[in-house]
Design a protein around this ligand. Structure first.
Ligand code: NAG
Ligand code: NAG
Ligand code: NAG
Ligand code: NAG
Ligand code: NAG
Ligand code: NAG
Length: 504
């Protein structure tokens, strides 16, 4: 049960976000202080009231309004490492809903600040983000050889941000948050999984979208399309790869009962690109070209995933219906190039634009042995998180071109095996696979909810565990099914509308 909350100072539009009513602050912003978490020491803290703060652009955890906040900026360092880690905790001046929200980063940025903090505060949360001391520009050449910064980035700073965020919320409003939630996609999703695996007490609910878990492997698998493209001929142009991709959708579209341009369950799609050899394709420059045997082989090998020279599986590829543009043409996917150049080869001056299969396989094994345990964040033992009542929610796009959706399912299956079955796992961890959804959004399919935390909050606070989650966009809507259920057309009604589909 919730404790009775204080009287809301900002009735009206904000009140709807509050748990019953909103909590006013009891302490002046400028007098806030923090106790550095164990192992860290304080460099400085500033706490300033800021008015009419907003964020312009697409957001992912709710709508960004115009908010008045107490902005607490904290810098910490660790031992003699010389790191300077920024933490930003935004405390709404009015309308706190009694909840704290920790937010995550993307790529090699540990946090994204206003794009996630402003929507969180608009929704009534106090909210936090950190740069882990590595800045936000993603220049890993500045930190690849610092064990402290790597530890900060992989897990420590997220935990410290959470500790600071809860402490400052308690000091400002005079009582602890009733609930704490994590929000993040991609790297932010991996960070959420890290919290569940390493610091199970931190969050009551964790939303981990398209999580970059299996980091040591996905960074290498993301390079694989470039290597395939370099073998046995000139790189296959994107228009041809796109045309084969479209043919794969055409071939498998009807498996779910409806011609809607989406493959609901790509696992059932047995498309072989060899079946479209000879197909004529028009490229952007209006030249016409024909799909060859080699084009088909390249597409198939990218889809099938990263293998060694004996054909042994190393990591998953991309699903039919996925655009290959990020990885299959030079310069490739930057995060993957940085990983190989800075963290594995440890020389930012190297040109890593052409790596052959044998070397890539060696690098893969190095990546797994040096970084798997620390950075992989794929420990399936969530028993401590389950035991504290935590709930973990993931959605992943079937058309994700940067992180294979099969890695999320690989992890889910390992959790299920350890937890003793799907029903047991459903109590604390649920996965939703969205047709035609790209990486954390985009793609031709229905798009992510305006606020991905909503179903999680329902689950944590009211026990309403999600069976489906509504996705809408691109003229289509679907109630995405809890995996391993999948969408099937009911046989009548508008194929673009969620109501015409069921989960089987
Ligand atoms: C706090 O320390 C950080 C890191 O050294 C520095 O960049 C920032 O300017 C300092 N802030 C204040 C208000 O002194
Ligand atoms: C915030 O915006 C409101 C409405 O535009 C305005 O009346 C107010 O003066 C602004 N506050 C500050 C501190 O700028
Ligand atoms: C990496 O380490 C070397 C010495 O071990 C040091 O000279 C160099 O400054 C470091 N580079 C970065 C970017 O921290
Ligand atoms: C693939 O299909 C999409 C959507 O219909 C279309 O926009 C695109 O031009 C097609 N690509 C190719 C290469 O035919
Ligand atoms: C290709 O053809 C279309 C229609 O025929 C025309 O609108 C477009 O400008 C052409 N593009 C190029 C690059 O020539
Ligand atoms: C089907 O639903 C879509 C999306 O809601 C809508 O745009 C379209 O007009 C509908 N088609 C028919 C025939 O009702």
């Amino acid at each position: 049960m919730l404790r009775p909350l204080g009287i809301c100072l900002a009735l009206g539009s904000l009140a709807q976000n509050c748990l019953g009513s909103c909590v006013p602050h009891t302490t002046p912003c400028s007098s806030l202080t923090v106790t550095p978490p164990d192992g860290a020491s304080l460099i400085n803290i500033t706490a300033t009231e800021r008015y009419n703060v907003t964020y312009v652009g697409q957001t992912f955890n709710g709508v960004a309004g115009i908010v008045d906040i107490c902005d607490v900026e904290v810098y910490l360092t660790h031992g003699d490492a010389g790191d300077e880690v920024r933490f930003a905790i935004y405390l709404p001046l009015t309308g706190w809903n009694g909840r704290f929200q920790g937010t995550g980063g993307g790529g090699f940025a540990a946090g994204q600040f206003d794009i996630e903090l402003v929507p969180a505060v608009t929704g009534g949360y106090s909210a936090g983000a950190t740069d882990a001391g590595v800045g936000q520009a993603g220049n890993t050449d500045l930190w690849y050889n610092s064990t402290q910064l790597i530890e900060n980035f992989v897990h420590l700073s997220l935990h410290e941000m959470t500790v600071l965020g809860k402490e400052l919320s308690e000091k400002f409003y005079g009582r602890k948050p009733d609930y704490s939630y994590w929000f993040g996609c991609s790297t932010g999703g991996r960070q959420g999984m890290s919290e569940a695996q390493r610091y199970p007490e931190d969050y009551d609910g964790i939303f981990a979208g398209a999580p970059a878990i299996n980091w040591d492997k996905i960074t290498m698998a993301d390079y694989w399309p470039l290597t395939v493209q370099s073998q046995g001929g000139d790189p296959v142009p994107l228009c041809k790869l796109g045309a084969i991709g479209n043919a794969s959708v055409d071939a498998c579209d009807l498996l779910d009962g409806a011609a809607d341009g989406l493959i609901s369950n790509p696992l059932k799609c047995e498309f072989d690109a060899k079946s479209v050899v000879g197909l004529e394709v028009r490229c952007d420059d209006n030249t016409t070209t024909t799909i060859t045997e080699r084009d088909a082989t390249v597409w198939n090998r990218i889809r099938d995933g990263f293998k060694d020279e004996e054909g042994n599986f190393l990591w998953y590829g991309l699903e039919p219906g996925t655009n290959y543009y990020n990885q299959a043409v030079q310069p490739g996917f930057l995060v993957s190039l940085q990983w190989i150049r800075d963290f594995l080869l440890r020389d930012p001056s190297l040109d890593v634009s052409h790596i052959e299969q044998g070397e890539l396989v060696d690098l893969f094994h190095q990546s797994v042995s040096e970084f798997g345990e620390l950075w992989g964040t794929d420990n399936p033992d969530l028993s401590a998180y389950h035991a504290r009542g935590g709930k973990l929610l993931t959605w992943h796009g079937w058309a994700d071109d940067l992180i294979s959706p099969l890695g999320t399912l690989d992890y889910w299956k390992r959790v299920v095996d350890l937890a003793g079955g799907e029903e047991e796992t459903d109590e604390f961890y649920r996965v939703f696979m969205a047709p035609g959804l790209g990486h954390c959004g985009m793609g031709p399919g229905p798009q992510i909810p305006v606020d991905s935390l909503v179903p999680l909050v329902e689950w944590v606070e009211k026990g309403n565990a999600p069976e489906t989650i509504l996705f809408s966009g691109n003229g289509q809507s679907r109630n995405i099914c809890k995996f391993p259920k999948e969408l099937e057309y009911s046989g009548s009604g508008n194929v673009s509308s969620a109501a015409s589909w069921k989960c089987i």
